[in-house]
Ligand binder design. Sequence first.
Ligand SMILES: [Zn+2]
Length: 61
Amino acid sequence: MNNTITVRCPTCGHEWWQDLSQAQTQRVIYRGDQKQTRVEVYVFTCPQDGTKVAVEVEREA
Ligand SMILES: [Zn+2]
């Protein structure tokens, strides 16, 4: 499973890679008619300007 994602800062446009296995999940929500989609929310900090960037990662439950 590929756990690396691209994060884009909405303030300065900086893009960087984050390894999700090194990150802590902020919260988990469930979507879909049967709540079949597990969505993990991560919050990362832009290394350029410190903007907090929330990223949602969908997982099949
Ligand atoms: Zn930024």
